[in-house]
Write a protein that binds this ligand. Structure first.
Ligand code: FES
Length: 107
């Protein structure tokens, strides 16, 4: 297996209802993860992009959180409909999607 150019970590952390930190699973983490896998499959981008579900990445109140390496870019409040843009612009094209990128103080 070739080493992917970029790796995406999608937070799918679950916590009990009412937990003070909340969780990305409660705001669509699984749907975002499925959207990334669907996009990867549609593009047959298995060698360029690695996609992995993740536990908590830290800033839970900004979920769904998505981390891209090696660029070290954190995307926040990601919805399934944002995934094609992240894929096209960043994962393939190398251009950060600024409207979804976390501010410097967060990440
Ligand atoms: S639960 Fe997703 S970042 Fe904490």
């Amino acid at each position: 297996m070739a080493r992917p150019d970029r790796n995406v970590f999608v937070c799918a952390q679950q916590r009990p209802p009412g937990h003070p930190r909340g969780c990305c699973a409660a705001v669509g983490g699984q749907a975002v993860l499925q959207a990334f896998w669907k996009e990867q499959q549609a593009r047959q981008a298995y060698e360029q992009v690695g996609i992995t579900y993740s536990g908590c990445l830290g800033p839970c109140d900004g979920g769904v959180n998505v981390l891209v390496f090696p660029d070290s870019v954190l995307y926040q409040r990601v919805k399934p409909e944002d995934v094609p843009e992240i894929f096209e612009k960043h994962l393939i094209g190398g251009e950060v999607v600024a409207r979804l990128a976390a501010s410097g103080g967060t990440w």
